[in-house]
Design a protein around this ligand. Structure first.
Ligand code: ADP
Length: 646
């Protein structure tokens, strides 16, 4: 026998679990049964490729027994089993990412909330210590030596030899005084029904004998094991037979999400390919799903003729829908199909296409009928959906229809269709077959910015605010890519307000003339600006009278890479050539007139150059750009401050 210690994190969880309130305790059975059914799934997969793996007589199942005299509950399964090494690896540490998160939360939580947290997490095997003084796990992996794991939790755990011959796992819980109730058969059955009814392996328990102990003694009777759970898979049932609550329980059991799903979608397809599917979209953030890591397993479970082939069939779900969970069952694939064969499989491809369309249309329906929940969903998963831009071309418009955006007039999100209702039509002239033609168009205006506050502070926003025309605010990293390939929606163009010369109101001839004169008057300023700022940075200096209060703004010509994208490319180590910008001066700003009088006094005034440098840096800061020479900027600021106080 060898003595081992738990990891520090495990101690923390055990400490907490063993002091947990009563209402949490009953989840122990759900956790152990779920482990058993996972172990059986693994064994089933092994048996597909190895005909010697299973005994001829063997049927998969989980057995739950209690012994009132010995104060024990045992859970036995003929799953994959555990060798000594695996026991040490799996039962001495906490590996599951969600559990780590659980511990982090615990560290922050107060005592009373600690207890509420337990019910919301899949704490796994250790939950059995809530009702136990001691736990023994005896197990054997095929072709390996059997072993025994024993722990009273307080003193770590022991590993001992075992002479078990068959590949299966028995977990014996020595029930503590406070948890006597769980020794009752009826109680255990109730828990199986409540939490594990749809586990897809028979859960066997001794049939219930309602007679008193005396009656049983008088007339002994042989008791049989009977199946307690319903193993008919939920996806094979008639939709009309299934209650909403059952979908929810099923969702929670396969996704580990503790919340309700946004929707469940049950389909039975018999056209081109035949398959049954139940898919779920989450609403809240699921702690157990790591969406940021692209290598993480995702996708629904894949069954072929009742046999689980893949835990996560990536081949059935596009990566930008990786938060969708569920089950697909088909008989159109061979049972012994390997992962490699799945990669370019025409049947799977057809199913994938069908499912993708169905998910999109279900999301559309949810957006229409249940906006509040959809908004929550979008806040949590919108960023992932936007990744479609890298993968889909045919579905552009339908994905755009379910996409939401931030906009200036409201803190909520808006869809493109809703947005289009708010913008006025504009009359434009186009050339068609050599003739000029007037057409009415709507434009979708957007601004790419690091944050909403940056977007709102942009000088280019001024005319939109004034005219009360909405602008979509794109603040996600991926947005710069998105608008590169997605620039038209239902015949309306998407237009960046910082990269295009947008005139919301046509100028009169008189106004145009005035402007031209001003430009002539101020040509010196445009030239001076150009020569003061490093020419490689500036393509041209022009006037723009639609900048609100700002003195100037930096425009990115629409043929150049957007500044946000430029930052991202640099961060990824890509070479980005120096991008020339267009500097726009606001002729309506009174500073221009003061500069003119300074110029009239002294053509070579240093003050003018200082102001130009200062304002250029300001324009860069306004878009969260990097200053070339921060020291110079600070020096200038101090210089201005000392003038101000004089
Ligand atoms: P989780 O199931 O979330 O991974 P647990 O703490 O419940 O976390 O279990 C830890 C690991 O122990 C499992 O991942 C599995 O490898 C192993 N394990 C637990 N129960 C069994 C079992 N009945 N048969 C085989 N392996 C098991």
């Amino acid at each position: 026998m060898t003595k081992h210690n738990f990891e520090a994190e495990t101690w923390r969880v055990l400490e907490l679990l063993t002091h947990s309130i009563y209402s949490n305790k009953e989840i122990f059975l759900r956790e152990l049964i779920s482990n058993s059914s996972d172990a059986i799934d693994k064994a089933r997969i092994k048996s597909l490729t190895d005909s010697n793996y299973l005994n001829k007589w063997e049927k998969f199942g989980i057995k739950v027994e209690s012994d009132k005299k010995a104060w024990t509950i045992t859970i036995t399964d003929n799953g994959i089993g555990m060798s000594e090494d695996n026991m040490i690896k799996n039962l001495g540490t906490i590996a599951k990412s969600g559990t780590k998160e659980f511990i982090d939360k615990l560290k922050k939580a107060k005592d009373e909330t600690e207890n509420n947290l337990i019910g919301q997490f899949w704490v796994g095997f250790y939950s059995a210590f809530m009702i136990a003084d001691k736990i023994e796990v005896e197990s054997k992996e095929k072709w390996k030596k059997a072993a025994k794991w024993i722990s009273d939790w307080k003193t770590g755990y022991d590993i001992a030899d075992s002479d078990k011959k068959e590949r299966w796992t028995t977990i014996t819980i020595y029930v503590n005084k406070e948890s006597k109730e769980f020794l009752e058969d009826w109680k255990l059955k109730e828990l199986v029904k409540k939490y594990s009814n749809y586990v897809w392996v028979p859960i066997m328990m001794l049939e219930y004998d309602s007679r008193t102990d005396d009656e049983k003694k008088k007339e002994p009777k042989e008791m049989w094991f009977e199946q307690v759970n319903e193993t008919k898979p939920i996806w094979k049932k008639n939709k009309s037979e299934i209650k909403k609550e059952e979908y929810k329980t099923f969702y929670q059991s396969i996704s580990s999400d503790w919340n309700e799903p946004l929707f469940s979608m049950h389909n039975n397809v018999e056209w081109m390919v035949s398959y049954k599917s139940i898919l779920f979209a989450p609403k809240e953030v699921n702690m157990y799903q790591n969406l940021s890591d692209p290598n993480v397993e995702y996708g629904p479970k894949l069954y072929v003729n009742n046999v689980l082939i893949l835990e996560h069939a990536k081949e059935l779900m596009p990566i930008w829908l990786r938060f969708i969970s569920g089950v697909i069952e088909t008989s159109d694939l061979p049972l012994n199909i390997s992962r490699e064969m799945l990669q370019d499989n025409a049947t799977l491809d057809k199913i994938k296409k069908g499912l993708t369309k169905k998910v999109i249309s279900e999301l559309k329906k949810t957006f229409k009928n249940n906006k509040e929940d959809y908004l929550k969903f979008w806040t949590n998963y919108g960023k992932v959906i936007k990744e479609w831009i890298h993968y889909e071309t045919d579905l552009k418009d339908s994905i755009a229809e379910i996409s939401l955006f931030k906009w200036i007039n409201n803190s909520d999100y808006i869809s493109l269709d809703e947005y289009l209702e708010t913008v006025p039509e504009k009359e434009n002239e186009i050339e068609k077959d050599g003739k000029k033609e007037k057409i009415k168009e709507k434009t979708i205006y957007y601004i790419i910015a690091k944050s909403e506050s940056e977007a709102l502070a942009s000088p280019y926003m001024a005319q939109f605010k004034e005219k009360n025309i909405d602008v979509l605010i794109l603040t996600d990293h991926i947005d710069s890519f998105l608008v590169q390939w997605f620039n038209e929606y239902k015949w309306s163009k998407l237009l960046s307000i910082t990269a295009n010369d947008i005139e919301l109101e046509k100028k009169s001839e008189e106004e145009k003339k005035k402007e031209e004169e001003k430009i002539k008057d101020f040509k010196w300023l445009l030239d001076l600006t150009k020569s003061t700022i490093w020419e490689e940075k500036i393509e041209s200096v022009i006037f723009n009278d639609k900048l609100g209060d700002a003195f100037w703004a930096l425009k990115t010509p629409s043929t150049w890479v957007d500044p946000q994208m430029e930052k991202m490319m640099k961060a990824m180590g890509q070479d980005v050539p120096v991008q020339k910008r267009i500097l726009e001066l606001n002729p309506k700003n009174s500073l221009i007139d003061s500069m003119k009088s300074e110029f009239d006094k002294d053509i070579k005034s240093e003050k003018l150059q200082d102001i130009i440098k200062y304002a250029y840096n300001q324009a860069i800061l306004l878009e969260w750009g990097e200053l070339e020479n921060p020291a110079e900027f600070i020096w200038l600021t101090n210089k201005f401050a000392s003038w101000y106080i004089k």
